[in-house]
Design a protein around this ligand. Structure first.
Ligand SMILES: Cc1cc2nc3c(=O)[nH]c(=O)nc-3n(C[C@H](O)[C@H](O)[C@H](O)COP(=O)(O)OP(=O)(O)OC[C@H]3O[C@@H](n4cnc5c(N)ncnc54)[C@H](O)[C@@H]3O)c2cc1C
Length: 497
C-alpha cells in the first residue's frame, strides 16, 4: 500500500474506537496541569511511544506474548519513522529512508517473512563508478596500485580485530575503553600512517554509511558499529553485504502491515510531551490527551527524548546520553531519487552506482523498480557539505548536472524527482548516528537500562546491527521481553505466556 493510502487508512480509523479501547477511561481534568483541549485519560498495560520499526515490533511482540492492553502513540501522521515510501508513479515507490537488508540481518528477514513481504536483489550488475581523490574511474574496484590497496586492507583487518575484542553489545565494559573513546577514527588513522588513499576510502565509507567524518567519529563507536555488524566488510559490501536486498513494496510496508494489525491500538498525531512516574504507573501526556500505563517503552533515537519532559528528570547518565547523541558529528542528509524512462546506464555496462569521497554527492545507486520498467538513480547529499544545493529547486537542477558527469547527458533528461530531507524533519533528530569521543564509554551503560517503569527501544539500543532496520527489530523484541517479564513478575495471573 503506498504511503498516502496507508495514511488515509490509519488516520481514518474511527476515533471512537480509540476511546473505547481501555477498560478504565477516566474523566478529563483529574490531573493538575492538564493541557488545554486535553481529552479523557486512557489506561493501558503498556504504552509504546514511537511507531517506527522498533516501537511497532515492541507492540506486536507484547500482544503476541499475551499482554492484554497495548497502546502505541506516534507523533507523525504516518508510521515507519526513518523508513518512508515515496510514490514515483505507475504504482512504484522509492524509499526516502532505510532501504536495504543483507546477510546476518535475520530478525528483519524473519519479520518480513511473517508479514508476507518479499525481498529482491538490489541491482549491481556491471561496473561501479568511483570518484576518489578527484579521479573518476569505472570498474569492479577503484583504479589503484596494489600497495595502496594493501594499506587499506591492512587497516580494515586491524579494525576488525580490535572490534572483535569488544564485548558484544557492551563496548563500554571493554579493557582500555577510555583510551578507545578518547580518540577519533581519524586520530587512529593518523597514528597508523594511513596513506592518503586509505584516508579517502575511510572518508567515503564514514560519509556513506554513517553520515560523518573520520576526524569526528569516536574510535570506540566506530569499532562498536563494526562489532554489531560482524565486521567492516558486511557493512560496506553491496551484494553479499548490508546493501544486498530490497523489499517488494518498500521498507515502510513492514510498518504499515504491523500498524494494520494494531488497528485502534495505534494513535497517530500524538507527539508525547511529558512522561511522569505516577504512583504504581506512568502517565504520558501529549498535546491533547493523557494516557496512563503500568510500563512505558520509548522507541526512538536517544536524542529524540530531549523533546520530552520527564518527571522526575532522567538520571544524569541517561540525560547525558541523550544530550551527547544530539551533539552528533553527523551530516544532515537528503536522500534523493531521479526517475528516468529507462535505466539507460545498464546498456552501457554501468550498474548505476557511484561512490565518492567528496561533495556534493556521497553515493549514488540504481534504485529502479525490480522489473526495470523505469530507471531510478538515488543518492545521498548533505547541504552542510554543499551549501549551493540548499534550495530545493536549485538542488534538483544541480543534482542532474552532477549525475551527467558520471552517466552522460541522458542523466539530465529525467521524468521525475523525489526526495526526503531528514535535516528538516521535526521528528527524527538526524538519520544515522555516529558518536563523538567520550559519550559511549561514560553514558553507554544507561543505553538499555530501564529508568523506573520506562524502558528503551530503538535501533541505537540494539546489540547487533545497531543503526540498521534489523537493529530496530531486535531492540523491539528485547524491550518487549523485558516489559513482559516485569509485568508477569508483578501480576503473574493476568499476563499470558
Ligand atoms: C536516509 C536513511 C537511509 C537509511 N538506510 C538504511 C538502509 O539501507 N538499511 C537499514 O537497515 N537502515 C537504514 N537506515 C536506518 C533505519 O532507517 C533505522 O535504523 C530504523 O528505521 C530506525 O527505526 P527505529 O524504530 O529505531 O527509529 P525511528 O524510525 O526513528 O522511529 C522512532 C519513531 O518515534 C517517533 N517519535 C519521536 N518522538 C516522538 C514523540 N515525542 N512522541 C511520539 N512519537 C515520537 C518518530 O516519529 C518515529 O516514528 C537509514 C536511515 C536513513 C534516515
Amino acid at each position: 500500500m503506498p504511503e498516502h493510502d496507508a495514511r488515509i487508512f490509519l488516520t481514518g480509523l474511527d476515533r471512537r474506537r480509540f476511546l473505547g479501547l481501555s477498560a478504565a477511561t477516566v474523566a478529563t481534568g483529574l490531573w493538575p496541569g492538564l493541557g488545554r483541549g486535553a481529552t479523557a485519560e486512557t489506561d493501558a498495560d503498556v504504552i509504546v511511544i514511537g511507531a517506527g520499526l522498533a516501537g511497532l515490533v515492541t507492540a506486536r511482540e507484547l500482544i503476541r506474548r499475551g499482554v492484554p492492553s497495548v497502546l502505541v502513540l506516534e507523533a507523525r501522521d504516518r508510521v515507519g519513522g526513518r523508513t518512508v515510501n515515496l510514490p514515483i508513479g505507475n504504482g512504484h515507490i522509492v524509499e526516502g529512508g532505510g532501504e536495504w537488508i543483507g546477510p546476518g540481518q535475520d530478525r528483519i528477514a524473519q519479520l518480513s517473512n511473517e508479514l508476507g513481504i518479499r525481498t529482491f536483489p538490489a541491482f549491481y550488475e556491471g561496473d561501479t563508478t568511483y570518484d576518489i581523490q578527484g579521479q573518476v574511474s569505472t570498474g569492479l574496484v577503484p583504479n589503484l596500485e596494489i600497495g595502496t590497496a594493501s594499506d587499506f586492507a591492512k587497516l580494515g583487518w586491524k579494525l576488525d580485530r580490535m572490534s572483535k575484542r569488544l564485548p558484544a553489545g557492551e563496548p563500554w565494559s571493554a579493557d582500555g575503553v577510555e583510551n578507545l573513546d578518547r580518540q577519533t577514527l581519524g586520530d587512529w588513522l593518523s597514528q597508523q600512517r594511513a596513506t592518503s588513499f586509505s584516508w579517502a576510502v575511510f572518508r567515503l565509507i564514514t560519509r556513506a554509511i554513517m553520515a560523518g567524518y573520520p576526524e569526528r567519529i569516536s574510535l570506540l563507536w566506530f569499532l562498536y558499529y563494526l562489532r554489531a555488524a560482524g565486521g567492516l566488510l558486511p557493512l560496506i559490501l553491496n551484494d553479499g553485504g548490508a546493501q544486498d536486498l530490497r523489499f517488494e513494496g518498500g521498507s515502510q510496508l513492514l510498518s504499515i502491515r504491523m500498524a494494520e494489525a494494531l488497528g485502534a491500538r495505534l494513535r497517530l498525531g500524538q507527539p508525547v510531551q511529558r512522561i511522569e512516574h505516577a504512583g504504581p504507573g506512568v502517565r504520558v501526556r501529549t498535546r491533547d490527551a493523557i494516557y496512563s500505563a503500568r510500563r512505558v517503552v520509548a522507541a526512538m533515537m536517544p536524542s529524540d527524548l530531549l523533546r520530552i519532559r520527564f518527571d522526575p528528570p532522567l538520571p544524569p547518565e541517561r540525560h547525558a546520553l541523550a544530550v551527547g547523541w544530539a551533539r552528533l558529528p553527523r551530516l544532515p542528509i537528503v536522500k534523493l531519487s531521479v526517475i528516468y524512462e529507462t535505466p539507460f546506464w545498464r546498456a552501457e555496462g554501468l550498474n548505476g552506482a557511484m561512490q565518492s569521497d567528496r561533495a556534493p554527492l556521497q553515493l549514488v545507486f540504481d534504485n529502479s523498480p525490480q522489473d526495470g520498467s523505469r530507471g531510478v538513480l538515488s543518492g545521498f547529499l548533505s547541504v552542510t557539505e554543499a551549501p549551493d544545493f540548499a534550495d530545493r529547486e536549485v538542488r534538483e537542477t544541480k543534482v542532474l548536472e552532477e549525475l551527467a558527469r558520471y552517466f552522460g547527458k541522458r542523466a539530465t533528461e529525467p521524468i521525475g524527482y523525489v526526495e526526503k530531507d531528514w535535516a528538516t524533519d521535526p521528528f527524527s533528530t538526524g538519520c544515522i548516528t555516529p558518536l563523538t569521543p567520550g559519550i559511549l564509554s561514560s553514558s553507554g551503560p544507561s543505553l538499555r537500562r530501564p529508568v523506573g517503569r520506562i524502558h528503551w527501544a530503538g535501533t541505537e539500543t540494539a546489540e547487533a546491527w545497531c543503526g540498521y532496520m534489523d537493529g530496530a527489530v531486535r531492540s523491539g523484541e528485547r524491550a518487549a521481553a523485558e516489559v513482559h517479564a516485569a509485568l508477569r513478575a508483578s501480576s503473574p495471573g493476568r499476563i499470558g505466556r
